[in-house]
Design a protein around this ligand. Structure first.
Ligand SMILES: *[C@@H]1O[C@H](CO)[C@@H](O)[C@H](O)[C@H]1NC(C)=O
Ligand SMILES: *[C@@H]1O[C@H](CO)[C@@H](O)[C@H](O)[C@H]1NC(C)=O
Length: 355
């Protein structure tokens, strides 16, 4: 399936329609923000610091203009907490217990998880336990993805907009970057589809591999230096460790930020199109074979006008990557304030999260 991207056939008009559709995704995110005046302040207890790594709790009012939140990681606040955020990993692995019974009435337990289903063990233990879900899935009760685009015409002065990076259409010299294709990979596993894909792809094109399995990453391998590294390349392999609904991680957003065209392996093309214009990425399923994909990349390399088609959309968007976990906590707090008097129970956690 070559789709619009390879053929460039449905480009006209597509940008407008897409910006509309992405505008809707953005709207889901910002309509979560509305709080009526009568919702009073809430206390949110962070049950465990994710992965056992302590992080200072954010000031939601100063960072995101989300008022009325008291965040605490002191379990003595449990009896008074309006909600408790439980990060899946620790309670699933048994390094932490669930909060104790009896649960204070009207208190909400929020299930928080940013791993894919393949790396989310023992979900079945938590059926009917939680009241709200917080994850990267668009159909979570509280939805916050790894990253999202904000259409430029949105003039909302939301704090998220303040942190967003405007994207730029590339200059001509920028299109002629000397390096072709990079991949940063930290968890190399022969059982991952992405490794199989890489073995095939490298038969046809040069792939510069960085990370534990390849060349060393620049010192201070925080997000910033990875983005600078990727920015020297025309294409970047944004290959997820497993393929699941909406599971699109910072790998994609780093490439977008860097101005490299992402070659993606993850959920379906349709699923990526919830997050990006169709021409903004090259999907491995766009081609009947890995060889076909490789040829397409080499063709684009010789043809800046065609390459530009994959980058021109950038002029209409900014990108925002929420910071783990400050924005997650504050977004959860806002949701709790909004849904105060409602009762919710997450019944089919396993079925839902794996679907
Ligand atoms: C790395 O991949 C393996 C195989 O899928 C998985 O079991 C492991 O949890 C992964 N490690 C990390 C840190 O993601
Ligand atoms: C939260 O979930 C528990 C367990 O299913 C349920 O008993 C309780 O009524 C729920 N509370 C709220 C406020 O939704």
């Amino acid at each position: 399936r070559y789709g619009c991207v390879a053929l460039g056939s449905c480009r006209q008009g597509a940008t407008l329609i897409m910006s509309d559709r992405l505008g809707r995704l953005y709207k889901i995110i910002i309509t979560q923000q509305w709080i009526s005046a009568e919702n009073s302040a809430v206390t949110l207890l962070i049950w465990t610091h994710p992965f056992g790594r302590y992080r200072k709790l954010p000031d939601c009012s100063a960072l995101f203009q989300i008022d009325g939140c008291t965040l605490t990681d002191d379990e003595r606040a449990y009896p008074q907490a309006d909600a408790v955020i439980v990060h899946h990993r620790e309670v699933a692995k048994g390094t932490a217990e669930l909060p104790p019974d009896p649960r204070p009435s009207a208190q909400k337990w929020i299930w928080m998880n940013y791993e894919s289903p393949a790396h989310t063990p023992r979900l079945w233990r938590f059926e009917g336990v939680f009241n709200l879900t917080l994850s990267y899935r668009t159909d979570s009760d509280i939805f916050l993805p790894y990253g999202y685009l904000i259409p430029r015409e949105r003039t909302d002065r939301t704090p998220q907009n303040r942190y967003a990076h405007p994207l730029h259409t590339p200059s001509h010299s920028h299109l002629l970057k000397p390096r072709l294709l990079a991949w940063v990979i930290s968890n190399w596993s022969e059982s991952h589809a992405r490794v199989t894909f890489y073995y095939q792809l490298r038969r046809y094109v040069q792939v510069d591999v960085f990370g534990r399995a390849g060349r060393p990453l620049p010192e201070d391998s925080g997000g910033g230096s990875v983005v600078r590294l990727v920015g020297r390349y025309q294409f970047y392999l944004a290959l997820e460790n497993s393929q699941h609904t909406d599971y699109i991680t910072e790998k994609l957003w780093n490439a977008v930020l860097a101005g490299a065209v992402p070659v993606v392996l993850g959920p379906s093309r349709k699923n990526y199109e919830r997050f990006l214009p169709p021409e903004a990425f090259i999907h491995v399923d766009d081609f009947p074979s890995v060889r076909g994909l490789a040829r397409y990349l080499l063709m684009l390399r010789r043809n800046p006008v065609r390459l530009r088609r994959h980058l021109d959309w950038r002029g209409s968007y900014s990108v925002h990557q929420p910071v783990f976990w400050a924005e997650h906590y504050c977004t959860a707090c806002r949701a709790v304030r909004r849904n105060r008097r409602k009762t919710d129970v997450v019944k089919d956690l396993t079925y839902w999260f794996r679907s």
